[in-house]
Design a binder for this molecule. Structure first.
Ligand code: EPU
Length: 437
């Protein structure tokens, strides 16, 4: 098996480039299903999940080709998707369980084909993760939805516009309902919609395809249904969580790093927290090639409290990075998680690094130490894995992070990029420990 071996110590200095967001490209690939013909998506990150989503689309009858982007200085891909007229309608559990975002084919296929059968993804390491808001929204648009043998089965002759209020601004439910509404008859209003930049990017793509959606970035999306959509060429939004991970890594290890290709306006609260912790942040603008932001940190961080909330609040996906930072900060930090019910599982692995964390329900108190202590730990999900690696930058001795396939799902070339910034991080092959008789 492969692990990351991290030797804590040195500062991070240099430049990293952030590509497109995992949580954008996978959704844009599903949106492509709404229009027969060839869609091309640029700035796709080189992560395992793109290959899985490509397989989901291939099994629906699409031809998918992933090749390097031609833009200078970028290590990203372009994904071209040829969608047939009679695109398939079924996504099986073997893929859906590996990639939750497969559930995003539900809305587009229901709208295009009038019926769809998608395996229920179930919960995962960060929480229970229901589908009830997706289902309630689609039902209001006239869909009949049942759950049979582990599948969600949805049918509708022709969806109709509806007024939908989400109980919680769920990212996935907003995306599925939006994708269904663009081809529905009449007007749909989605209130309490998610406002994440990835949703704004979907709206831009949909409008490029001929949809009529307004309100992106606000809590109310208004959709005027159209008869058909056409394929487009579109660019994936930069990965704000990867960018935020780099920023927090610099604050933990100290140093001076330019994070190119990122958009600081997508990370306002997270960067504001870093500034309070003592970092100096310089915004270089949102130009995809020359823009980004710079993080400079020359002191041990001061403790800051964090409360996760839907965008524009502090992203739940950044919580492990905030806990890693708090673990080496001066003073106690209070962490409050409001989105997922099992994010604090990560605290147990951090405790193995000597972090002092006490959790109670959706709160945790972290008492920072000057140094953590290297140990073998296990990545339980993508963000927890990244959090452990950056915490290990400030741990004495060696930390070995296993189950790094989780990290590969979200962070292209993570170990090599850290090395280029001067960190002592290696990706190494080790033998699986043998169990005794
Ligand atoms: N929820 C329900 N019912 C629903 C939908 C959601 O109860 O029908 C609950 C969830 O259980 C959760 C909360 O609402 O407690 C928010 O879930 P949301 O639907 O917003 O999340 P998601 O769409 O499943 C995406 C990202 C996550 C990210 C969240 C929140 C993708 C593929 N995943 O998940 O990213 O944490 O939004 O921002 O876009 C990651 O990248 O590591 C990751 C987990």
């Amino acid at each position: 098996m492969e692990i990351f071996r991290v030797q804590g110590g040195g500062r991070l200095v240099g430049e990293v480039r952030v590509g497109g967001a995992k949580n954008s490209i996978l959704k844009l690939m599903a949106i492509a299903l709404l229009a027969p013909g060839r869609t091309v998506l640029h700035n796709a990150p080189r992560i395992a999940d793109v290959a899985i989503m490509s397989e989901v689309l291939r099994r629906l009858g699409c031809q998918v080709e992933v090749k390097p982007d031609t833009e200078k200085g970028c290590s990203t891909d372009s994904v071209s998707i040829d969608v047939p007229e009679d695109v398939g309608t079924e996504a099986d559990y073997d893929l859906v369980r590996r990639l939750r975002a497969s559930i995003n084919v539900l809305g587009p296929l229901l709208a295009r084909r009038g019926h769809v059968k998608v395996a229920h993804p179930g919960g995962d390491a960060i929480g229970s993760r229901g589908l009830d808001y997706h289902i309630a929204g689609l039902r209001r648009m006239g869909a009949e939805i049942t759950s049979e043998h582990g599948f969600v089965i949805a049918r509708a002759e022709r969806l109709h516009g509806a007024s939908i209020v989400l109980e919680f601004p769920s990212v996935g439910a907003t995306e599925n309902i939006l994708a269904a509404a663009v081809l529905a008859k009449g007007c749909t209003v989605i209130d309490n919609a998610a406002r994440e930049p990835e949703i704004g990017n979907i709206v831009a793509m949909l409008n490029g395809m001929g949809a009529r959606v307004s309100g992106a970035g606000s809590s109310t999306l208004e959709v005027e249904g159209v008869e058909e959509l056409v394929p487009v060429i579109h660019r994936t939004v930069p990965d704000r969580i990867v960018a935020g991970t780099w920023a927090y890594a610099v604050a933990i290890a100290q140093g001076d790093v330019l994070i190119r290709g990122a958009d600081a306006s997508h990370l306002r609260v997270a960067l504001d927290k870093l500034a309070h912790a003592g970092a100096h942040i310089t915004d270089l603008g949102a130009d995809p090639i020359h823009g980004g932001f710079r993080v400079q940190m020359t002191q041990r961080p001061c403790a800051v409290d964090v409360v996760t909330l839907p965008f524009p609040g502090f992203a739940t996906d950044m919580l492990p990075m905030a806990i890693a930072l708090a673990s080496v900060s001066e003073g106690p930090s209070l962490m409050t998680e409001n989105v997922f019910d099992a994010r604090f599982m990560f605290a147990n692995e951090m405790a193995r690094l000597g972090a002092e964390i006490r959790t109670d329900g959706h709160h945790a108190v972290v008492r920072g130490k000057e140094w953590l202590s290297g140990a073998p730990v296990r990545a339980t999900d993508i963000r927890a894995g990244a959090g452990l690696v950056i915490a290990a930058l400030r741990a004495e001795g060696f930390t070995e992070v296993s189950d790094i396939h989780h990290i590969d799902r979200g962070y292209p070339d993570f170990a090599a990029q850290l090395q280029r910034l001067g960190a002592q991080v290696e990706r190494v092959q080790v033998a699986e420990p043998e169990l005794g008789a």
